[in-house]
Write a protein that binds this ligand. Sequence first.
Ligand code: BES
Ligand code: ZN
Ligand code: ZN
Length: 492
Amino acid sequence: MVLQLQAVNLKKGKIDYLVIPVCEKSKVASLASPLKPLVEQALSMDEFKGKSGDSITFYGPAGTQAKRVAFKGLGEPDTLDREGLRSMAGSAVQSAIDKKFSQIHIAVPRIKKSPLKTVDILEAIAEGACLANHVFDTYKKKKEQKPLKKIILVVTAGDAKKFKKLAEQIETIAQGTQLARDWVSIPSNDKGPQALAKDMAARAKEAGLAVEIMDEKELKQKKFGALLAVSVGSDQKPFVVTLQHRVAKAKKTVLLVGKGITFDSGGLNLKTGPGMASMKMDMAGAAAVAATLLTAARLKPDVNLIGVMPLVENMPSGKAIRPGDIITSFEGKTIEIGNTDAEGRLILADAMAWAVKRFKPDFTVDMATLTGACVVALGERIAGVFTPDDELADMLTRAGDKTHERCWRLPLPDDYKEFMKSDLADIKNLSSVPHAGATTAALFLSEFVGDTRWAHIDIAGTAFVKNGTDYCPAGGSGYGVRLLMEMLQELQ
Ligand code: BES
Ligand code: ZN
Ligand code: ZN
C-alpha cells in the first residue's frame, strides 16, 4: 500500500518533505506541536496567515531533521470541511510529484473548534492525497512525472492502529477512481467496444467477479433493437459486459448500469467540431460502474452488486440509422428516432430493460453522460439525479455531500412525458420542446425500467475535468466510484 499511517517523531525522523496543515486564527494544537516555534515563525510571515490556499516552505529548518517543511493553510477551523482538507492534501501531493519527490509526510492535525472528528480529518486528508497521486502518461514518450511511492500520514501510535483498515479502504476506492479516470482519458482509437469489454472482463476475472459478455450475435438473438440501432453505423461491433459481485445471504441486490458510448460523433445528426472534441468521455458512466464493481470485489460489501455496461460506438455511415427511422426495443416498445445524437438513452433503454428483467434488483442506479442540458442546468461540478423515489434521492444526495461528488435532484414530472410522444411509434427519443432536456431524457429512460426502484444520474458535466483541480488532474474525473461506494456502505 502507498498510503501509510505512522507515528513519526517530527523532530528526529528522517523526512524529505513534511507537510503541516495550519488553521487561520487558531492556536496550533496538533501533532505538529513539537514544531510549535516553526509554526509560529511561519504564521509571522506576511505571505502566510493560514488562509485556505496559503503555502510556505522552509528548507532545513532548525528543530527538526526534515529537509523541507511546507505549511499549508486550511482557513478558519469552524468553517473547515472535508473538501478543504482533501484539497490541501491533494495540492501537497501534486506539488511533491512536480518536484519529483518519491514520498511525502503529512501531519494529520487535531483541530480544536472544528465540527470534524479525528476520523473525518484523517479520512479526508487520505482521500485527497491518494486521489491526487495519479499520473496518466500512457501516451507520453517522456514520462516526466511519477506518482509518489509512499504517502505517510503522521498520526499517534494509537490512531495508526485504529485506522489501518480505513486507510486501506480509502486507497482501494481511490485506485478504483483512478481506473475509471484512465478509462475515460484513453482515446477512442484505443478503446472501441471490443477493446474496452476485453479490458473490463480481464480485470474483473482477476478480481474474482462473475463475468458475462454478450456479443453482437447474442444481442441480435435477444432483440436489443435500440442498442443495435446505435451500433449499426459503426464498423466496430457492440458488446454488453455484465459483472457480478455475489454474496450468499446478502439482503439487497443492487443493479448499476453505465452508459458506454466509446465515441459519440452524434451519428447522422453529426455534432459540431467543438461539440465532438471531448466525446471519448461518453463512456464515463460505464467506466464508473465497472470500476465500482472492481472496487467492490476487493472491499466485499455485503450486497449483491451487478454492473451492466453496454459498449457501443455512435458513428455516421451508409448503414447508420436515420432521423425518422422506427426501431423496436428489447422491452417491446417501438421508438421513433428524432435525433441520432440522443443515442445514450437508446442503449440504456435496452440494457436496463434486460438487466431488470433478468436480475430483479431491489433497486437500480444508472449513470450516464446523457445530456448537454444537464450541464447547462448544473454546471461541471454537480450531477443531476432523477428518480421518483424520495429515499433513493436522499441516499444519493447524502453520499454526494459526503464525498463531494455532488448530486442535485431535478424533477421528473409525469406530464412532461407528452413531449416524448411520437405520431407513429410508442415513443420518440427526442423531445418536442427545446427545454428541460435532461428531464425529458430521464423520462424516456423511466419507460424502460419496469417497476424497479430506479434513479438516474446524469454525469455529462462531472465526468471530465478540463483544467485539473487540487486532487484531480485534467482528463477523466472518475466521478461516481466514490459516490456509489459510499451509497453501498450506507446500505449495510
Ligand atoms: N453524449 C451526449 C451528451 C453530452 C453532452 C455529454 C456534453 C457530455 C457533454 C449525448 O449523447 C447527446 O448528444 N445528447 C444530446 C441530446 C439531444 C440530441 C436531445 C444533447 O444533449 O444535445
Ligand atoms: Zn449523443
Ligand atoms: Zn452520448
